[in-house]
Design a protein around this ligand. Structure first.
Ligand SMILES: NC(=O)c1ccc[n+]([C@@H]2O[C@H](COP(=O)([O-])OP(=O)(O)OC[C@H]3O[C@@H](n4cnc5c(N)ncnc54)[C@H](O)[C@@H]3O)[C@@H](O)[C@H]2O)c1
Length: 289
């Protein structure tokens, strides 16, 4: 008999970068199911507005995931206010678009710090808190760019591939401990991060609620690899079986090799790129910049 889906009522869930986009949609879906959600975001005003809109079950706290002691202190504060953390969703991320040869070292560092180093740190902190209790769920938001390369986002792809590898390894380290790990791999989602990005072919772009729904489903019936849409999983596995040139031809057919790089100089990305460039204040301070 199939096991009953887990209840999320009363669970303490932390979402990094939950002020807007996928994180905010996930916070909303989870509070509707009775979870108590702590939203940590660099943009505290946005996070507060999001939490206020969700009622008494959501709180907003300031967080710069590139400030590792600050990230740890944020998790301590959540536990003080809401109790032991049941679920950590490492969601905060940035995606500057441009050719690698045009990317500044600062932009490279920002992506490594936010998209990767902070996910390593958050995962480690969660394991240390959850393993002794024999329960918990770590959800790392990677991307379809964690399984394939896309021109225009080379460093982003590197960070997301690393998050997949991290999650695979930690999942095995945690076997038998009661702590679950999931890695989420969405296609293009309509948020500020993809401003100016056109539609791919055959893989329709998503809304943040689609990803939220997939995350909720993975929490209720734990699953490791969560492609959104689900059809992306078989497409990915199929193209991997093909010789490289044939796989690249399929990617070309789907416009996967064009959609991101085509947006590199789009005026529609100006505001997002400026926000992304200011997203790692602690890392900038550490680097003396
Ligand atoms: N939008 C997509 O197409 C897509 C596809 C696949 C994966 N993803 C991933 O999903 C995650 C969320 O993306 P989104 O599209 O919702 O982006 P978004 O820009 O809409 O939201 C990201 C949030 O993270 C916050 N943030 C940024 N830097 C931070 C930091 N240093 N500390 C704390 N918070 C910080 C921002 O303030 C923002 O509220 C990212 O990891 C992204 O890589 C997005």
């Amino acid at each position: 008999m199939a096991r009953q889906p887990r209840s999320l009522a009363g669970k303490v869930v932390v979402i990094t970068g939950g002020g807007r986009g996928i994180g905010a949609a996930t916070a909303s879906a989870l509070t509707r199911l009775g979870a108590r959600v702590a939203i940590g975001d660099l943009d505290l005003d946005v996070a507060k507005r999001t939490a206020d809109g969700l009622g008494d079950d959501a709180i907003a706290l300031p967080l710069d995931v590139t400030d590792r002691p600050g990230f740890t202190a944020f998790l301590d504060e959540v536990e003080k206010q809401l109790g032991p953390i049941d679920v950590l969703i490492n969601n905060a991320g940035i995606m500057p678009i441009g050719l690698l040869e045009e990317e500044s070292d600062r932009t490279t560092r920002h992506q490594l710090e936010i998209n990767l180093h902070a996910v390593v740190h958050g995962t480690r902190e969660a394991v240390r808190r959850m393993k002794p209790r024999g329960a918990g769920h770590i959800v790392n938001i990677a991307s379809a760019a964690g399984k394939a390369g896309f021109p225009g986002v080379a460093t982003y792809c590197a960070t997301k591939h690393a998050v997949v590898g991290l999650s695979e390894a930690v999942r095995m380290e945690l076997r038998g401990t009661g702590v679950e790990v999931s890695v989420v791999l969405p296609a293009i989602v309509r948020t500020e991060l993809t401003a100016g990005v056109e539609e791919a072919r055959f893989v329709k772009s998503l809304v943040p609620e689609d990803v939220a729904e997939a995350i909720v489903a993975a929490l209720r019936r734990p699953r490791f690899e969560v492609f959104v849409p689900r059809s992306l999983g078989p497409i990915n596995r199929f193209t991997r079986l093909l010789p490289r040139r044939a796989g690249e031809w399929v990617a070309h057919l789907l416009k996967g090799d064009q959609v991101l790089i085509n947006a590199a100089h789009s005026a529609a990305r100006k505001d997002y790129e400026a926000r992304a460039a200011a997203s790692a204040p602690a890392a900038d301070k550490e680097a003396g910049g």
